[in-house]
Design a binder for this molecule. Structure first.
Ligand SMILES: Nc1ncnc2c1ncn2[C@@H]1O[C@H](COP(=O)(O)OP(=O)(O)O)[C@@H](O)[C@H]1O
Ligand SMILES: [Mg+2]
Length: 436
């Protein structure tokens, strides 16, 4: 992509309305624009990142056998009357009336919708288990939308729903999601800590929130120091047995605000870490809550009716864009982990208009593209300093700088955005490293 053509409206100044760094940087880097409170348009570069995050989430869901589908954003109120949640949900639900005076709503979540789809088609235990997900916009009329995409009113969520015959099978499904979540966040360069969450109406300990640590996180959390230890994390991740891995994570103390336990924290002593966290995912086993209310019944192996055991598994896809920036930035701007970077390489032509520089930059640009490396080339006229600042702001993992001095000597400068390291290398060398 050529910077001169790209719709990337970067800002030099910090926007006054942004209170936290990710919101500031997303506005400054031209990723999003607010439409109304808590509702955003995603501009091309922000949208690219959103899609990359979505794709990682998708691949890890597919890997555990969950199947992607797409449910609507607008749902009929009658479905929610069946579960009893139409009245229970409160003012966070956006209620809509259509032209025939029918009550509709913009979905804040999809348990009712998926349960209806399931019960209409699945009648026998032989068709279980089923694990279905979609990645769809949600609307929750939050009292205080804030921090940009971190707490929006309209936001993108991956929500998966599982259907199993009995508790043992449901637990197995829960464990698979638990591990898929750990892998998903790790691929984005994040260390997400699973924390025991408030258990639902049926009790038990099968609900976990996944939080990443950041000073601007909305909730205070406490956990065992081992969760910050990469070695410990790698050691347990290497174990292939589902239950063993889940146990290793869940045995250690980790709790959000309302779940904290004074006694347990005292006992930890120096191993206790208290920090702030951002909730990037939430998994939940809720048994037969919806299947009983909505008649999602299958015939069991003995011929008797069974209400299916269900769970739901959410990931805040749009919140993750902000979350990753909270976890990875410096004073100059964003530092994208390679897996979610909008482009891998930012190519700077220091002297646009100079024949030798233009030829060298164009040649390098073509070669990167031929090697399938995503590249944004700053081919605009303008001061070198402004181009450097802009490139640091948008945070692409690698910069290749082509200027008159280097062109004379047959070299380019290769800069690593995260470490700031710069090296003079031949264009061939730079190419083979970036294409690798
Ligand atoms: N208002 C919001 N804006 C952005 N992301 C959200 C919002 N509400 C929830 N999410 C994301 O969706 C995930 C699943 O939502 P859920 O646990 O149902 O929401 P909550 O914890 O707010 O009740 C959360 O872990 C979070 O990452
Ligand atoms: Mg939650």
């Amino acid at each position: 992509m050529r910077r001169s053509r790209y719709f990337l409206p970067t800002l030099k100044e910090n926007p006054a309305e942004a209170q936290i760094v990710s919101h500031r940087l997303m506005l400054r880097a031209g990723m999003v624009r607010q439409s109304s409170a808590g509702i955003y348009s995603w501009l091309p570069m922000g949208f690219k990142v959103l899609k990359k995050i979505e794709q990682i989430v998708r691949e890890e869901q597919d890997a555990i056998g969950a199947q992607e589908m797409l449910m609507p954003t607008i749902q009929p109120a009658d479905l929610w009357r069946e579960s009893g949640r139409y009245d229970a949900y409160g003012p966070e639900m956006l209620r809509i009336t259509d032209r025939h005076d029918r009550d509709m709503l913009y979905g804040p979540t999809n348990e009712e919708q998926i349960t209806e789809i399931f019960r209409d088609s699945v009648k026998s235990y032989r068709d279980l288990p089923k694990n279905l997900y979609h990645i769809q916009w949600k609307f929750r009329d939050e009292v205080r939308p804030r921090f940009g995409v971190m707490r929006g009113r309209e936001f993108l969520m991956k929500d998966a729903y599982s259907f199993d015959l009995d508790f043992e099978a449901a637990k197995q499904t829960y464990n698979k999601q638990f591990i898929a979540y750990l892998k998903t966040y790790a691929r984005m360069g994040l260390k997400a800590i699973p924390m025991k969450a408030a258990s639902g109406p049926i009790g038990g300990d099968m609900s976990h929130e996944f939080l990443i640590l950041a000073d601007t996180g909305e909730s205070e959390i406490a956990c065992h120091r081992d969760f910050l230890d990469n070695k410990w994390l790698e050691n347990i991740a290497a174990n292939s047995d589902l239950q063993t891995v889940v146990n290793a994570f869940t045995e250690k103390y980790a709790a959000t605000d309302d779940e904290r336990d004074e006694g347990a924290e005292k006992a930890l002593g120096k191993d206790l870490v208290v920090a702030r966290g951002i909730e990037v995912g939430h998994i939940f086993y809720f048994g037969t809550k919806y299947s009983e209310a909505m008649n999602a019944i299958v015939t069991g192996p003995d011929g008797n009716d069974v209400s299916v055991e269900m769970g739901s598994y959410g990931i805040g896809v749009s919140r993750l864009v902000g979350g990753i920036i909270e976890a990875s930035h410096d004073d100059d701007g964003i530092i994208w982990p390679e897996a979610v970077a909008p482009f891998k390489v930012g190519l700077i032509n220091l002297k646009t208009g100079d024949d030798a520089c233009d030829t060298a930059a164009e040649d390098f640009y073509q070669k990167l593209q031929a090697a399938n490396v995503e590249v944004l080339m700053d081919d605009r006229e303008g001061r070198a300093g402004a181009k450097f600042a802009d490139m640091d702001l948008i945070g692409l993992p690698w910069q290749v700088i082509i200027g008159p001095k280097g062109v004379d000597k047959g070299i380019v400068e290769l800069k690593n955005r995260a470490t700031g390291e710069r090296e003079d290398v031949s264009p061939e060398d730079a190419l083979s490293r970036l294409a690798g």
